[in-house]
Design a protein around this ligand. Structure first.
Ligand code: PLP
Length: 457
């Protein structure tokens, strides 16, 4: 590899001088230097100092089949030799793009049969936003163009992605959001349920916030509601069972389209190919990326319902939208192979029937009873641990988020990569984790919590 001629210190200096990192305080980074991750194999990553770390985040919610899968490298190599690039504009197409679109349509809920490719989740959400507004314009309702989203949602980092998202610090740096997007409350019972309110009642109240927003603007002004089935970056917030059916009922009642952002949940994470199945949702669009290639190459796919596709085809003319890398042959060939591997190895069923429930049990046994833990929750192979100062009152440590960072640092030092977001610890491991890997993670979580407890009190 090209970096082998450099010492770790040199690499860190070069990185600090020239590389602007995503979501990073660069002053901090310049001081501490980056942890250089230099190789990976199976469920493990390795840093430049040789530490082996169990990757509880699957990279960034994406490496679902694990690291070091030669099949993906080989298919990329073969496709690159045969056709490294060609576009899908002007009635051309590399065969891999159509074949992958067909495969995705076979796996998706049955009314979603069309796919628009991009390179990232953010890009795909831009496409989704443009597409739903375009749909209503084609249907003769151009004023039906407002989108309802949720506070604390994450839909990407482009201007449209940030505008759709509901993260306050991101909006604070936006200096002009895409207009006509409103944000309603998130379905997060642990912090937002009223005293005495059941999860069921809370779920209905959170869904009612969507209806209130529709009625406030008038249904003829609302194009769509967008949501992550489970809020991921916002803290693996799993809605009560009453939430999604009610949101769906409301959307149907007012003919508001339902856009699901499955960039994290797509391709198996919740124990079904799509979380739409897990939560019984029939969306009009599904945004996917990340696990589509297990992160080996950048690729996103927006799944589009027959209803929208029909209007686009019959009333649309040209849709003035597309990216140079839409349907990139190498990315699509890798995506296709990746989905075949997930299917062949039965990873989705394994998460649903075995590793998902086992992961939930591990969180209950290893974390739920700990004095630092207010709540654990999971669905399939995505989970969260709420860090609190007081389990009874749910009081948090101050400053906000500081305790979770301490837990995270102990986890990493003890060989488990986890993420801290606010006061929440997050896990989103590769789907190829086995019961043994989950046991190993459990030991390391328990140790990190004990060490953090000793440090914090
Ligand atoms: N949507 C969701 C739900 C995500 O979690 C993310 C990324 O984490 C995105 C969109 C943006 O995807 P990308 O970083 O590929 O642009």
């Amino acid at each position: 590899m090209t970096y082998h001629n450099y010492s770790l210190k040199q690499l860190q200096q070069i990185d600090a001088q020239h590389h602007l990192h995503p979501f990073t305080d660069h002053k901090d980074l310049r001081g501490a230097g980056s942890r250089m991750i230099v190789r990976a194999d199976g469920p493990f990553i390795y840093d430049a100092e040789g530490h082996q770390i169990l990757d509880g985040m699957a990279g960034l919610w994406c490496v679902n089949i694990g690291y070091g899968r030669n099949e993906l490298a080989e298919v990329a190599y073969e496709q690159m030799k045969e056709l490294p690039y060609y576009n899908s504009f002007f009635r051309c197409a590399p065969p891999a793009a159509g074949l992958l679109a067909q495969k995705i349509a076979q796996l998706a809920p049955k009314h979603l049969n069309q796919v628009f490719f991009g390179s990232s989740g953010s890009e795909s959400n831009d496409t989704a936003l443009r597409l739903v507004r375009h749909y209503w314009a084609l249907e003769g309702k151009p004023e039906k163009n407002r989108i309802i989203s949720r506070q604390n949602a994450y839909h990407g980092s482009t201007i449209a992605g940030t505008s759709l998202g509901g993260m306050e610090p991101m909006h604070g740096q936006l200096h002009g959001a895409v207009p006509n997007i409103v944000h309603v409350m998130m379905p997060y019972a642990y912090e937002l349920a009223l005293p005495g309110e059941s999860d069921h009642e809370f779920g209905l109240r959170a869904a009612k916030a969507v209806e209130d927003a529709i009625l406030e603007a008038g249904p003829d002004k609302i194009a769509a509601f967008i949501g992550e089935p489970v809020m991921g970056a916002g803290g693996v917030k799993i809605p009560p069972a009453s939430y999604w059916p009610e949101v769906q009922r409301i959307c149907r009642k007012y003919d508001v389209l339902l856009m699901l952002d499955e960039v994290i949940t797509g391709y198996g994470r919740t124990g079904n190919w799509f979380a739409a199945e897990t939560f019984g949702i029939e969306p009009d669009t599904i945004t996917t990326a990340k696990a589509l290639t297990s992160g080996y190459l950048p690729l996103s796919a927006l799944l589009v319902s027959d209803r929208i596709a029909k209007t686009l085809e019959e009333k649309g003319g040209e849709f003035h939208h597309g990216y140079t890398y839409s349907g990139h042959p190498v990315c699509c060939a890798v995506g296709l192979k990746n989905l075949e591997i997930i299917e062949k190895e039965g990873l989705v069923e394994r998460v649903r029937e075995d590793t998902g429930p086992y992961f939930a049990q591990m969180l209950r046994e290893r974390a739920a009873g700990h004095p630092l833990v207010g709540e654990v929750r999971s669905v399939g192979l995505m989970g969260a641990i709420e860090i609190v100062k007081d389990r009874e009152t749910r009081e948090r440590f101050l400053p906000s988020g500081s305790a979770a960072v301490i837990v995270r640092d102990h986890a990493i030092a003890n060989g488990l990569m986890m993420r801290a977001t606010g006061d929440t610890m997050i896990l989103s491991p590769p789907l190829m984790w086995t019961r043994e890997t989950i046991d190993l993670a459990g030991e390391r979580i328990a140790k990190a919590l004990d060490l953090a407890e000793a440090q914090l009190r």
